[in-house]
Each structure stands twice: as C-alpha cells, then as structure tokens.
Write a protein that binds this ligand. Structure first.
Ligand code: TTP
Length: 379
C-alpha cells in the first residue's frame, strides 16, 4: 500500500497541472442509460429519466441544474432508450446548451460510462450528474467550490437513514479516506449523491479498475483508486434535499417535494361547480368539471377531470381523463384514463395510455391486462 501511495502521489501531482485555469467552463456528463430494473414495468418501455416529476421529466431538472451552473457543453450517456431521450432533449438548444449523445452499448456501470465519455471530455475537467437524481439547491455552489479549490475530484455527500443502499463514504478529519458500494455494514451514514466533479485523472482510474461482483465498473472503486493514488478527493456535504428516484417510493417523494415548492396557476378551464383548494396548477387546455382538486397538485395539458376528487401530491400528465374517480399521492403519465373507479387510488405510478375502468359486465370480476412485473394491490 505504501508503495502504491508513493507512486500514486506522482500521478496526482502530474494531473494537478492539467485542470482548467478556472476560466474555461467545465464540461458536463449526464448519465441517462441504465436498466431501471427497480422501476419495472415502467422501464420495460420507457426511460425512467423521462418520468415526469410535477409534470417535468426528471432529466430536465438535471439539465437545468447544469446550465444554471454555467455548464452548457454536455455529454448525455444513453442506452436502449436513446431514441426516446433524443426526442425529448434534442440538441439541448431549448436550454441554450449543446448536447452530444454518447451511446453505451450495455449498462456496465457508472465508471464504464465515464470511460466511454473520454473522447468527448478530452483533457477538460467535468461535472457528472446521474440523470435520475434531483438536487434541490442545484449544483452551482458545488461547481464554484471545485473551481476555486481545484482538487483532483470533489464528491457530493448526504446523510441518509439507509446508507447500505448507496455508495458510502468514510471520512476522517473532514477528508474522504474510503468509499464502499452498498456495504452490508456501512462505516457512516454519508452516501454519495449523484453528482461528482472530476479532472481527467479519473480516466486512469476507470481504466485501472475491474468489474465488481455485480459485473459493473463501480464509480466508488474508481474514486477509491484516486484516493489510493494520493489524489485529493474533497467531500462536500449537502444539507438541502436530494433524491435518487430509482424506486417508486422515491419517485413519489420527489413528486411530493417538487409540487410543494410550486405556485398555484390556472391556464385551463375550471367550471363553477369545481373547487381548487391550496396550490393547484392547471395547465393549458386542461378542463376540470364538477370536481375537487386539493393541492399541491398539477393537472397537465389537455387532461380532463370530471366528477372526481384529486388529492394532495398528485401529478396528472398530458391528455389524461379521470372520471367519477378519486386519486391522491400518485403520478399518472400521459393519455391514461381512470374511469368510474369508486375505490380511492393512492401511492401509485400509472404508466402511459393505461386504462383503469369499472364495467357493468357480468360476472362481476376483476379483469386485468398487465405488463410483465406489474404490481396490483387490492383491499
Ligand atoms: P442506477 O440507478 O444505479 O442504475 P439503473 O438505472 O440501471 O437502475 P436499477 O438499479 O434500478 O436497475 O443508475 C443511475 C443513473 O445512471 C441512471 O440515470 C442510469 C444511469 N446509468 C448509465 O447511464 N449507465 C450505466 O451503466 C448505469 C449502471 C447507470
């Protein structure tokens, strides 16, 4: 280990001369490939990064955070859902950014994504952002600190109640000393938030490491390699809200959080027998008839809510129809219909063009056509 650190010291010193002088903006790398197994069946057909949180695809929050930090030359790692992501993001012009697509043949890990991004990044410093993450306060202060203190890498950390689900950092006297991916017995409750700042030294790290037991090149191993080679990896503990939206409950929590920060507005039509209570956003072309919407909630463009109750923390995306039904604490994706369902629906993520309806057909029975790995809970 001692010999390693010594050799590593030379590596770190060599790189510290390369990073930008603080005047060139950093490049950006957003990871939007992956399998999204924890969000099946939604991810059987769609990119999880495009699931709308408060009616805006998660990925757009990351793009906005980058641009707000002055990072506009952005590489986007994409996998099988490339086409869908290209259709949503385009060339990045609507954010005044330039987006370059980088196809990852298979989701072989976060460090693998870094590896294939080298031709795009070149010898620049860069900020990497996981496309399914939301960081309330953005990344501007983090990026500025990196530019000022010029470490070899900077990692964003947060205290969480279940660190064993994440990459865990061990700190000693305020310095990162060790990282472990999803350890059974975490050494701290500080975990890696999905934002990292790197100098090109990371490319040596991702080439040196080998796949983990789960067959991925782990970014924690790459950063550990930096530490083992005497690199200066600065931690930055965030106190603001942050969410990795990999699971349904995280998605619903993110939706809850973002809706709560929004202002009420109405660009649609609400008839006289309807009631909007609290922060409710009605988007253009939406129609609310004889219904109660209790905010925070958002009703998307061209959606129709008729004789229904929409409760707090619900996002209904574009072109949906909710009739004679009750729904709360849920996300409904585009063009779905919920018709005549007398039992309240809650804590749900309903995909695109789904139909849930009551029929008078006999015999009285529940009839389903569900995709693979769907989950239905009946009470
Ligand atoms: P993860 O949530 O770690 O992985 P995943 O998206 O495959 O989901 P699951 O664990 O449920 O199967 O990925 C974090 C982000 O990084 C996400 O936006 C997907 C992206 N990613 C890539 O772009 N390439 C990869 O090789 C991996 C593993 C993830």
């Amino acid at each position: 280990m001692a010999a390693n650190r010594c050799a590593g010291g030379r590596v770190a010193a060599r790189y510290r001369t390369i990073p930008s002088d603080g005047e060139d903006p950093l490049k950006g790398l957003i990871l939007s490939g992956g399998l999204g197994t924890r969000l099946r069946p939604i991810t059987h057909t769609s990119a999880k990064q495009l699931v709308p949180i408060a009616n805006k695809p998660i990925l757009f929050y990351g793009l906005e955070a980058m641009v707000a930090a002055g990072v506009t030359d952005i590489g986007l790692i994409v996998g099988e859902t490339e086409e869908e992501i290209r259709a949503a993001v385009g060339d990045g012009g609507r954010w005044k950014a330039k987006v370059t697509y980088i196809r990852q043949a298979a989701p072989l890990g976060l460090a693998h994504a870094v590896k294939i991004a080298e031709p795009f990044i070149g010898r620049e410093n860069f900020v990497m952002y996981l496309g399914d993450n939301l960081v309330r306060d953005g990344i501007t202060s983090f990026v500025r600190r990196f530019e000022q203190s010029k470490p070899d890498s900077m990692i964003l950390l947060a205290h969480v109640p279940q660190p064993e689900l994440f990459g865990v950092a061990e700190l000693l006297d305020g310095q990162v000393v060790r990282l472990e991916e999803k350890p059974e017995q975490p050494k701290s409750d500080l975990v890696l938030v999905g934002v990292y700042l790197f100098t090109p030294m990371i490319f040596d790290a991702v080439k040196a490491i080998t796949p983990s037991e789960r067959g991925e090149l782990e970014i924690t191993d790459a950063i550990q390699w930096l530490l083992d080679h005497d690199a200066n990896v600065e931690p930055h503990v965030i106190d603001g809200w942050w969410k990795d939206t990999g699971r349904l409950e995280d998605m619903l929590e993110a939706n809850r959080f973002v809706l709560d920060t929004m202002e009420a507005s109405c660009a649609g039509r609400v008839d006289e027998s309807s009631k909007l209570v609290g922060k409710v956003i009605v988007e253009a072309g939406a129609e609310i008839c004889n219904s109660t919407i209790r905010g925070p909630a958002i009703i998307g463009e061209r959606s129709q809510i008729v004789n229904s109750y929409i409760g707090p923390f619900t996002s209904i995306y574009h072109g949906c129809e909710i009739r004679n039904s009750e729904l709360e604490h849920s996300i409904v994706l585009e063009n779905s219909k919920i018709l005549d369902v007398s039992t309240k629906i809650e804590d749900s993520l309903i995909g695109k063009e789904v139909v849930i309806r009551r029929t008078e057909e006999l015999p009285k029975a529940l009839r389903f056509m569900l995709g693979d790995r769907s989950e239905v809970q009946l009470t």
